[in-house]
Design a protein around this ligand. Structure first.
Ligand code: ADE
Length: 242
């Protein structure tokens, strides 16, 4: 899968992503990430990419020309016919695990990071962008949201996580938060690991984990729990002590 990030701060984006699991995924050629500097495409001889908004108002806007030429250069070299352009903006649809899962099936994605007070609407319309927000708060630019999205999507690309199962059995994957986990030692400072996990009885372990995931979700995210019980009416009866 190929990610193209249109930004005024390519070093910031690559510095944030070229680490750990995502770095390994790039080295294994499972994904490519290219941060493309929008400023490289301006026709202004001083390298300017922004200007005042018509009609007045606070701040500066990114101009259409450098953004569109940058997009065209990416679209021309990209194998996908018409790659989707995700524009990071607090006005967008809220990014979720479900959205990440769908996006991880795309061959290429372009992420457009805005700066200043926004981008000239004409170029957003021309590129037919899809606006995406990472939450109801305002950041200074789209770079951090783009990094959040690339990290979330890339780890769902087959082979990126060492054990493919680890993206299946995790929080949100089924609409529930995850169950609690324990590692050695069995007795840590008098605190014991739940007995069922030491039993080797896979069915009982699975049932216990499901119960704990439900309990965890009910306590921490009642909104998700309500949604889950509405869509999954029959829940297993509680059989095991915790
Ligand atoms: N740019 C500024 N704030 C943002 C947000 N919350 N999500 C996505 N892009 C943004």
């Amino acid at each position: 899968m190929n990610f193209y990030i249109m930004t005024l701060f390519p070093e910031m984006v690559m510095g944030g992503l070229n680490n750990s699991i995502i770095k390994r995924a790039m080295e294994k050629n499972l994904i490519t990430i290219e941060a493309v500097n929008i400023r490289d495409y301006t026709l202004d001889k001083h390298g300017k990419v922004d200007d005042y908004p018509f009609g007045g108002g606070a701040g500066m806007l990114m101009q259409a020309q450098p953004v569109y030429d940058c997009y065209k250069a990416i679209a021309d070299k990209c194998e996908t016919d018409k790659p989707r352009v995700l524009y990071l903006s607090p006005q967008g649809k809220t990014f979720t695990q479900q959205m990440a899962s769908k996006l991880s099936k795309e061959e290429s994605l372009i992420l457009l990071c805005g700066h200043y007070e926004g981008i000239d609407q004409r170029v957003l319309d021309r590129m037919e962008v899809e606006e995406v927000s990472i939450g109801d708060y305002v950041l200074t630019g789209g770079e951090l949201p783009a990094m959040v999205m690339v990290d979330t999507i890339a780890r769902l690309v087959p082979g990126v996580l060492n054990n493919d199962d680890s993206a299946v059995d995790e929080s949100f994957s089924e609409g529930l938060l995850e169950y609690p986990q324990y590692t050695r030692p069995e007795n840590w400072d008098g605190e014991l690991v739940p007995e069922v996990l030491l039993s080797g009885h896979h069915k009982n372990i699975e049932t216990w984990r499901k119960e704990k995931a439900l309990e965890n979700t009910k306590n921490k995210r009642p909104d998700l729990y309500e949604e889950y019980v509405l869509t999954h009416p029959a829940q297993p009866k509680k059989k095991h002590k915790s």
